[in-house]
Design a binder for this molecule. Structure first.
Ligand code: BG6
Length: 487
């Protein structure tokens, strides 16, 4: 379906996210014809920008993405700026009038997509005003896209959700988790439910363990102010990691529709074992990077406390107690300043029940899903070496997609996919409130145990450019396992 009709109203229109991700993504949708003449964007923020200045900013953010200047100019002409104080009711009246006139000018038919790309503490007042000042329309859809972080624990997330749901019903709330827009994350369901070899084997009878790594080479960069209050558990585990775990462990959805997919994910997350403090100590590891390999440690970064106890690394063993997955350890880890930037999933299958090749060591079959930096799949198998005798070797069936530069450039960025999903009302790549409830409950238990210092950890405990603290390797070794991804 092409030519979406939409008025996008971005709160936080001058911000970093808008410039780095949103404007380029909206431009891609425009270039590909999903947006044509029937769309407009209103950017709001406190700064007193003019439309002209705003359009220059928009053009700057898409620099290098077009051949002809006229395309950029025509695209930017759909952008309007309103200086806006989110707590001032009068400003919403101006916004309402502007929205109404743009709706008529571009014949949008009342479809409104509100994008909240600013501090969550304003979400409540923004949503209240959108409703009370009739910026929400009667004639089209009214959907709200909410950026992370969605709360910092279950209590604050609930409060936030209550505020939003006074104006928007659950089906109109699109909570962004940009990992759900990544090609290979979306491919998990395709692999699992589209192939009988995986579909039939995706359970505790055949899977030994699953490993999920989201490693980053960068440090906290200029976000230390936020990161000090969040830490890796809230920043990555609560959202991205648990969403991936849900996709890896959910039962087959009844059909591939939003409701059924989300129900399947909710059920999986409901089955996440919530740990007692003692179990947290057993099953979770936290880390913080110290100086190493020519890089400064976390505590030396600008805006961090010199005795900061913020974790920049987490590894854990999760159990999802569904009938099919009970007993399969799901090992996860994520961290800043690790050796490499990679998002990778390894599904380690059990060995054959009886090795008839007595003299040969057979390895586990492993399905590897590389999400970042390059999408690819690999299946590690035991097979005979070519030649005389009967020796075994480990071989890999690799699928690297062999993308040409053009194809690579054409891969939609996560935000591009997700914004289009929201316009077309495809909600399955956004987190449902019930998913968040489960994930916060799980994460809160860990946070609370750590706040009581059950593990008596001392920071820093891993070097920059390493794969995290030794305790992360020990976590798997205790079960006789090891990280398959060990660069
Ligand atoms: C964000 C986190 O959600 O994801 C960042 O807040 C992190 O700390 C980022 O760097 C990683 O995303 P990606 O797509 O680069 O792996």
């Amino acid at each position: 379906k092409k030519n979406e009709k939409a008025l996008v109203i971005i709160f936080g229109g001058t911000g970093d996210l808008a410039q780095r991700k949103l404007y380029p993504s909206i431009f891609q949708l425009y270039k590909k014809g999903y947006l044509k003449e029937n769309f407009a964007v209103i950017g709001t923020a406190r700064r007193p920008w003019t439309d002209e200045y705003y359009r220059e900013v928009v053009k700057d953010s898409i620099d290098g993405m077009y051949d002809e200047q006229t395309v950029a100019t025509e695209f930017a002409s759909h952008f309007y700026y309103q200086s806006h104080n989110v707590t001032d009711t009068n400003h919403y009246k101006t916004l309402q009038a502007l929205a109404q006139s743009l709706d008529e000018k571009y014949q949008i038919g009342g479809n409104r997509l509100f994008y909240l790309a600013m501090s969550p503490r304003f979400f409540g007042t923004i949503c209240d005003h959108l409703k009370s000042q009739q910026i929400m329309t009667e004639t089209g859809y009214n959907r709200v896209i909410v950026e992370k972080p969605f709360g910092r624990d279950l209590a604050s997330a609930t409060e936030l959700n209550d505020e939003i749901s006074k104006s928007f019903p659950e089906e109109d709330v699109f909570r962004i988790d940009h990992y759900l827009g990544k090609e290979m994350v979306q491919n998990i369901a395709a692999l699992r439910f589209g192939n009988s070899i995986f579909n039939s084997m995706w359970n505790n009878r055949y899977i030994s363990n699953i490993q999920v790594t989201l490693s980053e080479a960068l440090g906290v960069e200029e976000r230390a102010g936020y990161y000090e209050t969040a830490g890796a558990l809230r920043d990555m585990i609560q959202n991205h990691v648990l969403q991936i775990v849900a996709l890896l462990t959910m039962s087959a959805p009844v059909s591939f529709t939003d409701t059924d997919i989300r129900n399947a994910k909710i059920n999986a997350l409901k089955c996440l074992k919530i740990y007692s403090p003692e179990e947290v100590k057993e099953n979770f590891v936290r880390g913080q990077y110290g100086p190493g390999n020519g890089l400064i440690g976390y505590r030396e970064e600008a805006q961090t406390a010199e005795d900061s106890m913020t974790e920049t690394f987490v590894a854990g063993k999760l159990m999802v107690n569904t009938m099919d997955m009970a007993g399969v350890p799901i090992y996860v880890r994520t961290g800043k300043r690790m050796k490499t930037k990679a998002t990778r999933i390894d599904v380690v299958f059990k060995q054959v029940p009886n090795n008839v090749f007595e003299d040969s060591d057979l390895r586990h079959d492993v399905l590897t899903i590389n999400v970042d930096p390059e999408p690819s799949l690999s299946l590690q198998l035991n097979s005979k070496t070519i030649g005389q005798g009967f020796d075994f070797d480990t071989h890999h069936l690799n699928l690297d997609y062999k993308l040409s530069p053009e194809q690579r450039a054409a891969i939609p960025e996560a935000y591009e996919k997700l914004i289009l999903d929201a316009m077309q009302c495809r909600a399955s790549n956004f987190a449902h409130w019930k998913e968040l409830q489960c994930s916060w409950k799980f994460v809160d238990a860990i946070r609370q145990a750590w706040d009581q210092n059950v593990d008596q950890v001392a920071f820093p405990n891993y070097d920059c450019a390493s794969m995290g603290p030794k305790a992360s390797d020990d976590l798997l070794a205790k079960d006789g396992n090891h990280w398959e991804f060990n660069c």
